[in-house]
Design a protein around this ligand. Structure first.
Ligand SMILES: [Zn+2]
Length: 201
């Protein structure tokens, strides 16, 4: 039984020949499913050409290596972010969160934090999406629960609440016996502030 979610780091060097990746170099990654679950292997172009057919990977993609930023200069997290929440939920592996996990991944893809690299469909029709973290190179394996539109709204509401809630979540518990009040799902809060109004010196 395959896992539904997983995070794997990218190697700093080729799995086969151990040559360290250089900034800007193309690399080839493969997810392999073995006894211990998913394993990720990263190859230089040369080794990939020789290995691809032998490995028959679960998923594979090409990326461009970027030297990761030195540790320690990341800003301390003030609150739960979509990324920290996603990492936590993947670790918990609670099937109840499958919709939330998927929506968080889609949100991070829109924010260009994650890049979709591959989509896999298992024999039983289960869809997984393989994302790569743009900065760290980590792989995020995400079950795509194929959410129906009518479920989507509920899940999005849950995501907003789990992210620390916003003004709208407090008003959710009012009993909406008036059907006309349920008709508008577009009350998404926009917390973005214009930051172009202080550029004078
Ligand atoms: Zn190599």
């Amino acid at each position: 039984m395959a896992q539904d979610w997983d995070i794997k780091s990218r190697s700093e060097s080729c799995t086969a020949c151990s040559t360290a990746f250089a900034d800007g170099q193309s690399y080839f990654s493969a997810l392999l499913f073995g006894d211990a679950g998913y394993e990720r292997a990263d190859f230089c172009e040369n080794c990939w050409t020789q290995s691809e057919a032998v490995l028959s990977p679960y998923s594979s993609w090409q990326g461009t290596y970027r030297t990761p930023p030195p540790p320690g200069n990341t800003e301390p997290l003030k609150k739960e972010t979509a990324e920290s929440l996603l990492r936590k939920l993947i670790e918990n592996e609670d099937p109840q969160n499958k919709g939330v996990i998927y929506i968080l991944a889609v949100m991070l893809e829109r924010k260009k934090t994650l890049v979709e690299k591959d989509v896999t469909i298992d024999d039983n029709g289960t869809v997984h999406r393989v994302y790569e973290h743009r900065q760290t190179g980590e792989t995020f394996l995400i079950l795509d629960p194929q959410l129906k539109l009518d479920k989507l709204e509920d899940v999005q509401t849950r995501v907003v609440e789990m992210l620390g809630g916003s003004s709208t979540s407090a008003e959710k518990q009012t009993d909406t016996s008036d059907p006309s009040k349920q008709a508008d799902p577009t009350d998404e809060p926009d917390n973005s502030k214009p930051d172009n109004d202080n550029d004078h010196t």
